[in-house]
Design a protein around this ligand. Sequence first.
Ligand code: PEP
Length: 247
Amino acid sequence: MKKLIYGNLKMNFNLKDMENYCELFLKKVEQSKNEIAIFPSFTNLMFTKQKLTASKVLLGAQNLSSEVSGAYTGEISADMLKSVGAELVIVGHSERRKLFLEKNETINKKIKQALSQGLKVVLCVGETKYERQNRKYKMALEKIISETLKGLYENELKNIIIAYEPIWAIGTGVLPTVKEIEEAANIIRNQVSVEFTSQAAKNLKLLYGGSVNTQNCKQFLGANGINGLLVGGASLKADEFAKICNS
Ligand code: PEP
């Protein structure tokens, strides 16, 4: 079955680096049966879109504004992303929560902005190390789902992909077990069925993200209820990421 393999390039690559990356990476994933997307920085979006014209690889952005337009210096709107060819956007990444103090309410507004412009959303959800160690992760995940998806219509959920990214596993090399991922996937789907319907929960596409690499990707792709991967660090190496995409 086709898996979704998405690469979050974070704040890496100037234009030249991006060109080199595209040259190497796109050739290697030409034959892949999976749905692949790359999420470069804003400044590389237009250029990357041109590189992707002959490819099935999708283009996504890493963030967007919660506002439509106007006096918000330094912000990038959903409309702007759409106009340069982005198809997806990551919302609610834990780095944005931690370093830029984004709250569920803002994330909810960002999701609505993205959907209004026809962008698909990759919503990141995950518990902290403290919440995991103190068995508060169920409550934490339920709260994020409930508050970030507030006020959405069930039919909008088809344009939302949820990435389960335990914060303690991002960039740390510390991995959850497959059982822990499956349990989290169940918690997320259950909460979606509470907020919407069991059909919506069943149809939901769920990714796992956190220290994925070529060695461990297969075990995560095999987890029940997981439809793909969101890859950070390992997506920066065209070779390594291509191997994950082809798995
Ligand atoms: C991420 O930041 O979304 C991520 C999954 O990072 P890494 O793969 O580096 O842990």
